[in-house]
Write a protein that binds this ligand. Structure first.
Ligand code: NDP
Ligand code: 2IT
Length: 448
């Protein structure tokens, strides 16, 4: 589908020319522009204020060398990134991804999405993202520590609790955040909330570990409720077995669903009795092992090599929680043909544009990432508040706030979709609602 609005169509061509070789970034901008066509028509003032041109250009892009020494004394070099995309409504905020596939285009798509996601949370956070092509898999704790220290030695020049507050993402969990926090504190001689997702003994928030997965289920639950459904008795397939997937499985199960499949980048497990999450947590959070080892504990379960096949498992609800573009049109068609009626995104941009077309053609309920997975960054925002007031709130308090935020996010998506004549299209609703708040702030602050 092409853009009908000439102004946005021309601008998209400029974005393509200016960002060659970055298909994921172009994909993210195209999706947002498709949703914003009615806004461009209805709000000429925002066009005149140059908001659309400015919002697709990062405020600052930092790329740096990350040298470190491995356990054999060999010098290694990775590339580090921090994209400070938009600070109209608050300090830059967003995670750090450590994965060999990381390059500028991945970090830019993630940073761009983060602008709208953070706006939807109702909290004052701008959009940013960073990371490196370093692969923590198979590295010793010492190697990960030396990498993280070197990464922070450069990054610390650009961030701060009121400037830019990074957090976790793929490959960056509590261990990595701990090493980075230690190094920041040592170099700057400051104990501040410069990172979120910290350990509970040094300023971390209760419920941050659970926040993205729980938030995803709270959002999905609102979407299901609004359409006369619920998790109760439903069969759910969840891809990934990392932070988001584990806590989505925990909450979906608590809400009465049966999660029958999970995966990692090597393959997927199918357990028709329902996934034994204690085993997955032990394998993934403690031992850092592969998902196929689940069979050592449950030989009756099935393991299949390769990731894509997970979408051939019949389910009512699908929650992709691994990585970008993991659901393509073929997988989406299979899901729909097998009776899947709802798909809610825990990962960032897990559906290809063609897959999204299939969801709509089949009248599936579709919860887009920037709304559905906003619970993680929302609780990061609550961690920043707790750090500022030097207090920590109870698990129940944070979890209740998270629930309310996810409810509000669903409401904004729903209302914006109705106001702009696309009722039930929560993707358009999320893009419009997320955009409008940032756009108003950018307009009010003048040409900066
Ligand atoms: P983790 O590193 O904890 O887990 C990632 C999971 O996804 C692992 O099971 C991993 O398998 C799998 N995976 C990663 N890359 C690929 C790939 N290229 N192909 C197949 N599987 C892959 O990360 P998170 O759970 O934190 O993040 C998952 C998704 O959720 C990402 O898209 C992230 O951006 C998004 N997200 C995360 C938030 C957070 O708070 N952590 C907040 C909002 C969104 P393997 O171990 O084999 O690599
Ligand atoms: O994609 C995301 O929203 C995250 N990885 C979490 C970001 C954060 O700052 O908590």
């Amino acid at each position: 589908m092409a853009l009908k609005n000439q102004y946005l169509a021309d601008l998209l061509e400029t974005v393509k020319k200016r960002n060659p070789g970055e298909p994921e970034f172009i994909q993210a901008v195209t999706e947002v522009f498709m949703s914003l066509e009615p806004v461009a028509e209805k709000r000429p003032d925002l066009v005149e204020a140059g908001v659309f041109e400015r919002i697709v250009e990062p405020e600052r892009q930092i790329i740096f060398r990350v040298p470190w020494v491995d356990d054999n004394g060999v010098q290694r070099v990775n590339r580090g990134f921090r994209i400070e995309f938009n600070s109209a409504i608050g300090p830059y905020k967003g995670g750090l991804r450590l994965h060999p596939s990381v390059y500028l285009g991945i970090i830019k798509f993630l940073g761009f999405e983060q602008i709208f996601k953070n706006s939807l949370t109702t909290l004052p956070m701008g959009g940013g993202k960073g990371g490196s092509d370093f692969d923590p898999k198979g590295k010793s704790d010492g190697e990960v520590m030396r990498f993280c220290q070197s990464f922070m030695t450069e990054l610390c020049k650009h961030i701060g609790p009121d400037t830019d507050v990074p957090a976790g993402d793929i490959g960056t969990g509590a261990r990595e955040i701990g090493y980075m926090f230690g190094q920041y504190k040592r170099i700057r001689n400051e104990f501040t909330g410069v990172l979120t997702g910290k350990g509970l003994t040094f300023g971390g928030s209760l419920a941050r570990t659970q926040a993205t997965g729980y938030g995803l289920c709270y959002y999905a639950n609102e979407m299901l409720k609004a359409n006369g459904k619920s998790f109760e008795g439903q069969t759910v397939v969840i891809s990934g077995s990392g932070n988001v997937a584990i806590y989505a499985t925990e909450k979906a199960t608590e809400l009465g669903a049966k999660v029958v499949a999970m995966s990692d980048s090597n393959g997927y497990i199918y357990d028709e009795n329902g996934i034994d999450l204690a085993v997955v947590k032990q394998l993934k959070e403690v031992e850092r092992k592969r998902i196929k080892e689940y069979l050592n504990f449950h030989p009756e379960a099935k393991y299949t090599e390769g990731c894509k096949g997970i979408w051939t498992i019949p389910c009512d609800i699908a929650l992709p929680c691994a990585t970008q573009n993991e659901v393509d049109a073929e997988s989406a068609k299979t899901l729909a043909a097998n009776g899947c009626y709802a798909l809610c995104e825990g990962a960032n941009m897990p559906s290809t544009p063609e897959a999204i077309d299939v969801y709509f053609e089949n009248n599936m309920l579709y919860g887009p990432a920037k709304a559905a997975n906003a619970g993680g960054v929302a609780v990061s925002g609550l961690e920043m508040s707790q750090n500022s007031e030097r207090l920590s709130w109870t698990f129940e308090d944070v979890d209740n706030r998270l629930k309310n935020i996810m409810k509000e996010i669903f409401k904004s998506c729903d209302e914006a979709s109705k106001e702009y004549g696309m009722e039930g299209n929560y993707m358009a609703g999320a893009n419009i609602a997320g955009f409008l708040k940032v756009a108003e702030a950018m307009k009010a602050q003048g040409c900066v």
